[in-house]
Design a binder for this molecule. Structure first.
Ligand code: FAD
Length: 621
């Protein structure tokens, strides 16, 4: 019997957050795409937190949306609570976050894919990556799936997430699988190793889910959504929805003691798990050990949807045994009688260290093979979606024999993300932070469309509606900017007044009522452009100056721990390596250009040495 053969331009393996964006982007650009995934009922599934966005992750979603991606549209249609985080800080730090109706979100993503021309969404388990040629001429030709069929294509994008040789741990129990209720994938790991790829292991974890009927919310603090809520997508108008509150409670000393007493049963501490987990999403057992001085930790009780009572307990990710999970909730206010619907667990999986990739996300050794998402050592839906979109675009561009789309670090958080991955690789699961972006004043979430939609237009990634919307917004911004430049309040130019931190657009409107008709999305751009123009041009000069100093020597006594603003991770790594030059420092894995800029600034000011610090202490003390 002849094996069944299907022909496509691009094959995407896995319909998680990376795969769905990859397939959609490639199809929007005209490629015939097959999106193959183990289970059509888990397309776009949120393995962990039922939420989209958050600090810096919200920026990624806005950028995905500006490039015509799915995530922003889907969360706007299915979110249950929207909040803008970090509102008390400057606009570069504002980050949108939404609680999702997990099932509705998944269904929406699937529905968007089903409507996409040229995209075939199919339930298939991919078992083998097919290649031809050898050495530098080796290229991908397709994949083989369980049951004997073959899919052929000149480009294959692997987005298999946490599923490669995955093992789930809850206390002493170990089950093969990449997500509760699902299996694992062996064949792809085997193929990647055979093809010469280096694979490593990471772990991540998830908290227990509770039944809201058994929670006493009167003992917790309510956390409402923003009023009015702000949407993620630049396409969403008249954004109104019935928001559902989240609630906050806290752990306490009794909980911490119970955890300490059972640490030997936690896989991370018993030695059952050896791999690194996400530093920024520590398990509760990690928090109790690493932050032993804290006598409580905040827990957010987050609904998983409108038509379910399941509550995700954000902040208590754990792989402790079931009996410990049962016991610690009895000690937490409001959760004394809570029933666990799903127990927390940790998962260990293979990933492919991303130094093996080009900036296009194509592998360095196999032509036409792209990797995106958690398989590259990242964590998070947004990081995965962003990589997926770029891999999809570049797979489509390679078919058109065009150079890849590579976003620079000063153009997008997506550029920062991919540059960090391919330049520094990863030694712990990578998540995005605003501190990783050295040009963050330019890379605000509010201006993602102005930065990126023109590129999307050039690539053929967006429908005409998005382009026309941007054009009319740009015209309105130009008109309003002109008004600001030309008008004065008494003797003071309005532009000069708007540059003052305490002078708002609302105040401008009180002097010029005609400005009130300008929409918020337009006035916000005019206000921020005006207010931060000085900072932004200073930042550009500063970057140039910093480049010239890249070879500056770092004295052997330089004390990185004395640089307060440096991220803890950077302080630890630089202190461990103690590089001789800034150039060397910039190559230390995990050290970002933002960290280097800080070290450079301190070098210019004078070397912080342990001696200098003690003198400072004496002088001020
Ligand atoms: P996924 O969303 O995992 O999608 C992979 C897809 O590939 C799935 O649809 C799968 O069915 C499919 N697939 C796999 N193998 C095959 C095959 N052989 N053939 C066909 N299809 C295949 N992120 C955080 O930011 N914070 C957290 O706290 C966090 N905790 C997590 C806890 C757990 C238990 C898990 C499992 C994940 C957690 N994550 C967390 C990670 C988050 O789920 C991922 O970052 C995100 O889902 C990655 O998206 P992805 O598209 O790369 O992979």
């Amino acid at each position: 019997m002849q094996p069944t053969l299907y022909e496509f331009d691009v094959i995407v393996v896995g319909a998680g957050h990376a795969g769905t964006e990859a397939a959609s982007a490639a199809a929007r650009m005209g490629a015939e795409v097959a999106l193959l995934t183990t289970n059509l009922d888990t397309v776009g599934q949120m393995s962990c937190n039922p939420a989209i966005g958050g600090v810096a992750k919200g920026h990624l979603v806005r950028e995905i949306d500006a490039l015509g991606g799915l995530m922003g549209v889907a969360i706007d249609r299915t979110g249950i609570q929207f909040r803008m985080l970090n509102c008390r800080k400057g606009p570069a730090m504002h980050s949108p976050r939404a609680q999702a109706d997990k099932k509705a979100y998944q269904a929406e993503i699937k529905f968007l894919l089903e409507q996409q021309e040229r995209l075939a969404l199919r339930q298939e388990v991919v078992e083998e990556i097919l290649t031809e040629g050898s050495g530098p001429d080796r290229r991908v030709t397709g994949v083989a799936v369980k049951g004997g069929a073959t899919y052929r294509a000149p480009s294959v994008i692997l987005t298999t997430g946490t599923f490669l040789q995955a093992i789930m741990h809850t206390g002493e129990s170990k089950i093969k699988g990449g997500r509760a209720g699902e299996g694992t994938t062996r064949g792809i790991s085997h193929c990647l190793t055979q093809l010469g790829f280096e694979l490593e292991r990471f772990k991540t974890g998830t908290p227990p889910r509770l039944n809201a009927r058994t929670i006493d919310f009167s003992k917790t603090e309510e956390q409402p959504g923003d009023d009015p809520p702000a949407p993620f997508s630049f396409l969403s108008d008249d954004f109104k929805l019935d928001q559902i509150p989240c609630y906050i409670t806290y752990t306490n000393e009794a909980v911490h003691q119970l955890i300490r007493d059972n640490l030997h049963r936690a896989p991370m501490y018993s030695g059952a798990i050896q791999s690194n987990g996400p530093r920024y999403c520590p398990s509760i057992e990690d928090k109790v050990v690493r932050f032993s001085e804290k006598n409580q930790h905040q827990l957010f009780l987050e609904p998983e949807g409108r038509r379910t009572l399941e509550i995700y307990v954000n902040g208590i990710s754990t792989s402790l045994p079931r009996d410990v999970q049962d016991s610690f909730f009895k000690l937490i206010p409001g959760l004394e009688n809570a029933e666990i619907m799903r127990y927390g667990y940790a998962v260990e999986y293979d990933y492919c260290p991303p130094h093996q990739l080009r900036s296009s996300l194509e592998t360095k050794t196999i032509q036409g093979l792209f990797l995106a998402g958690q398989i590259n050592g990242t964590t998070g839906y947004e990081e995965a979606g962003a990589q997926g979109l770029i891999a999809g675009v570049n797979a489509a561009l390679s078919l058109q024999h065009k150079p890849p789309m590579i976003l620079r670090r000063d153009e997008a958080y997506i550029g920062v993300l991919i540059d960090d991955l391919v330049t520094n690789s990863v030694d712990e699961p990578y998540r995005m932070f605003t501190s990783r972006a050295e040009y963050r004043l330019q890379l605000r979430q509010d201006n993602a469309d102005r930065r990126l939609t023109p590129k999307a237009q050039e690539m053929g990634l967006i429908p005409v509606e998005r382009w026309e919307r941007l054009q009319s917004k740009l015209t309105a911004i130009e008109k309003a900017t002109e008004f600001v430049r030309k008008n004065r309040v008494e003797m003071d130019p309005l532009e000069k007044l708007l540059r003052r931190p305490d002078f708002t657009w609302a105040q401008a409107c009180s002097h010029f009522p005609e400005l009130e008709t300008i929409s918020h999305e337009v006035s916000q751009q005019v206000e921020y452009d005006t207010k931060y123009s000085g900072y932004i041009s200073r930042q550009a000069t500063q970057i140039e100056r910093q480049k010239r100093l890249a070879d500056k020597k770092i004295p052997a006594t330089f004390d990185f721990t004395a640089i307060q603003q440096l991220r803890t991770e950077a302080r630890e790594k630089l202190s461990r390596v103690q590089p001789d030059t800034l150039d060397q420092a910039s190559r230390v894995s995990g050290i970002t250009p933002a960290d280097i800029a800080l070290v450079m600034a301190h070098l210019q000011r004078g070397t912080p040495t342990p001696d200098a610090n003690s003198q400072k202490t004496k002088a001020t003390g």
